[in-house]
Design a protein around this ligand. Structure first.
Ligand SMILES: Cc1cc2nc3c(=O)[nH]c(=O)nc-3n(C[C@H](O)[C@H](O)[C@H](O)COP(=O)(O)OP(=O)(O)OC[C@H]3O[C@@H](n4cnc5c(N)ncnc54)[C@H](O)[C@@H]3O)c2cc1C
Length: 484
């Protein structure tokens, strides 16, 4: 579809106000389209959002979300809507052991004022880490060296079998591969395709210090997106809240979509479905018959959810001076000191968020059991927790947190072009080459926005370039994100 209309005469309905929908909508509004962003909830952010938790009377994130320097499209979206200055960056992570509380910092090193060249920048701290034995370190060095070679993107090998082939020790597997890498991908080792694991290791530890720095919001997640709603409204576009889209129909004569919500109809020239895979399946089942629709439905069927749980605890005193930590050898995986990361909260005492990824057994616990377990384990890392008084607590279970990336999953990740005319797909699960992350969502939004522009006869670029690997890593062929 292409005619002589100016972009401001084109109407686009973007369904879903998560990171994918917001980044598509803002890019299109910038290009001059009149966008209606339609969200079923009363706030933006989707799986990365915050809300007033009635039990603790505090605005909390549904879960701590971190980004990394390599997340160029998410950063581009944040920059576009003025959210970037609300991100606090941290160059390292610290592992902490239960019982002794012994700490092992990981991250880039410098010689004097000069940073070491990639991939050596992270090596000194890894080699000095007390959390690993000599044998663990040798095994990790061996695996990192293997990642200097290209991984065939179509390999069917999973991470568990590759680790076996690389002779990884139990310490390296449990404390690095399971806790850091599999937890970032939120899946079991044998359910992770090797190229996705390689991508995470390279971006976080090998490509450059900039790619591996970790960012955390200093405000609740939905507040980060206030700028997105303002950005849209300031450009003649709009956000429609509390509007669950029930169906979408194409009028071939008017060449127009009509989107049905409980409260009425929205007409649009273009449609972007920026939904999680299960919501996409529900909606496309009610769309007009189209060639390729059955293939899309079959692709969606292959996706699987993985859960993440978080326990939020408020104490009458400081438990630790650390901003965040990787908790070794227990069910809890990550600690975020939200009171410190978000000083505007003026928390009396402290507010910690504890995360359990790949948490099928933790998700089965009752609220009371989850809090008790979190308190017991926390005291093993930070003894002050056993002396402190717990003021209040909240448990958030996200059973549909992320989709898995097992071998072969790329064949089940569709591109932006859908089987229907003027209808495009976005969402973290679509073909971005990234695992289930905000970056994948942001990237998919930019890809879909470019596809809409192309269909309207405009050439616009929204996809942000990847960060270039530095040093020796420039010589490694890493494969790029898919875009179809
Ligand atoms: C607990 C947890 C922890 C995570 N941690 C991280 C992390 O640290 N770093 C990271 O990068 N990623 C993390 N993720 C993953 C990240 O949140 C997602 O990959 C990303 O937010 C997905 O964005 P999306 O826009 O593709 O989908 P969603 O966020 O799911 O957005 C889809 C939107 O569509 C709306 N919707 C659904 N159906 C309809 C309908 N019929 N009509 C209208 N609207 C509808 C939904 O309400 C939602 O707002 C985490 C996820 C969870 C749940």
């Amino acid at each position: 579809m292409s005619d002589s209309r100016h972009s401001s005469e084109w109407r686009v309905a973007v369904i879903g106000g998560g990171v994918a929908g917001m980044s598509a909508a803002c890019a299109l509004a910038e290009a001059g389209f009149r966008v209606q962003l339609v969200e079923r909830r009363g706030y933006l952010g989707g799986r990365a959002s915050s809300y007033l938790h009635p039990g603790v009377n505090e605005v909390i994130d549904n879960c701590q979300h971190v980004l990394f320097g390599c997340c160029t499209n998410l950063i581009g979206f944040y920059r576009r809507v003025g959210a970037l200055e609300r991100i606090h960056w941290s160059s390292g992570m610290t592992m902490i052991e239960p019982g002794t509380g012994r700490r092992s910092p990981l991250g880039p090193s410098k010689i004097g004022p000069v940073g070491l060249t990639a991939p050596l920048h992270a090596l000194p701290k890894l080699l000095a880490a007390k959390a690993f034995t000599r044998a663990d370190k040798l095994a990790l060095a061996r695996a990192f060296r293997a990642l200097l070679r290209p991984i065939p993107p179509d390999t069917t090998e999973d991470l568990a079998s590759w680790l076996k082939r690389q002779g990884q020790t139990t310490g390296a597997i449990e404390r690095f591969w399971r806790l850091v890498i599999a937890s970032a991908l939120n899946a079991d080792l044998d359910s992770i395709a090797l190229p996705y694991a390689a991508k995470v290791v390279r971006e976080l530890f090998m490509n450059s210090a900039e790619a591996g720095r970790m960012g955390m919001s200093t405000v609740p997640l939905s507040e980060l997106y206030a700028g997105a709603a303002e950005f849209l409204c300031g450009r003649g576009s709009d956000v429609i809240f509390n509007a669950n889209v029930e169906s979408a129909n194409w009028d071939g004569v008017k060449e127009q979509w009509s989107v049905t919500t409980r409260d009425g109809m929205i007409a649009a020239d273009f449609l972007v479905l920026a939904l999680p895979f299960e919501a996409t399946a529900k909606l496309v089942a009610k769309m007009p018959p189209a060639e390729g629709a059955a293939k899309l439905a079959a692709q969606i069927e292959r996706h699987e959810h993985w859960p993440i749980c978080s326990v939020h605890l408020w104490f009458d005193r400081e438990i630790t001076d650390m901003e965040h930590a990787i908790l070794l050898d227990r069910e809890l995986h990550w600690m975020y000191n939200k009171g410190r990361l978000q000083p505007w909260r003026k928390t009396r005492g402290s507010y910690l968020e504890l995360l359990v990824s790949v948490s099928r057994s933790f998700a089965a616990l009752t609220r009371e059991q989850a809090i008790e377990k979190a308190l017991d384990e926390l005291a093993e890392f930070f003894p002050e927790a056993s002396r402190a008084k717990l003021i209040k607590a909240a448990v958030v279970k996200e059973v549909r947190a992320t989709f898995g990336v097992p071998p072969g999953i790329d064949a089940a990740r569709p591109g932006a072009v859908s089987p229907w005319p003027n209808c495009f797909l976005a969402g973290d699960w679509t073909a971005t080459g990234w695992p289930s992350t905000m970056e994948s969502a942001g990237r998919s939004g930019h890809i879909a926005a470019e596809a809409v522009c192309k269909s309207a006869g405009m050439r616009r670029k929204f996809l942000e370039p990847d960060l270039k690997p530095r040093g020796l890593m420039r010589l490694v062929r890493q494969g790029t994100g898919n875009r179809k």
